[in-house]
Design a protein. Structure first.
Length: 121
């Protein structure tokens, strides 16, 4: 690889770059590596290392932003569409307030409607 081709930007996935870097390191540890191959491997390896570290640093910044609640997708949580006729009949029979109170009591019982423990975040 010449210095001109060393300056050309190449697209590579993190995984592929990491695998290539490991193979370069393994090859540079071989006893039969020529000086020319050693320099070219070292040049490519350092370029890969720099790119991979930069990628991880960038992702780490994005992760920090996500953990702080920045740049997240927005959601509008709505009731399920089309209530069942049986549930709607119970709402009408009890009245909205009593029905909601009954639903709250069910949700407060352990493992019956509480989603707090089910969300992994």
């Amino acid at each position: 690889m010449s210095q001109a081709s060393a300056a050309a930007r190449e697209d590579i996935t993190f995984e592929k770059g990491y695998e290539e870097l490991k193979s370069i390191v393994a090859r540079l540890n071989d006893e039969d590596v020529s000086v020319h191959e050693m320099f070219e491997g070292f040049r490519r390896g350092k370029g890969l290392e720099q790119a991979l570290r930069g990628y991880l640093t960038e992702r780490e910044g994005e992760l920090t932003e996500i953990e702080q609640g920045n740049n997240l997708p927005e959601f509008n949580v709505v009731a399920p569409s089309g209530r069942s006729g049986k549930r709607r009949a119970k709402e009408i029979e009890l009245g909205d307030e009593e029905f909601l109170e009954q639903q709250t009591l069910v949700a407060d019982e352990p493992n019956l409607g509480s989603i707090e423990g089910e969300i992994p975040f």
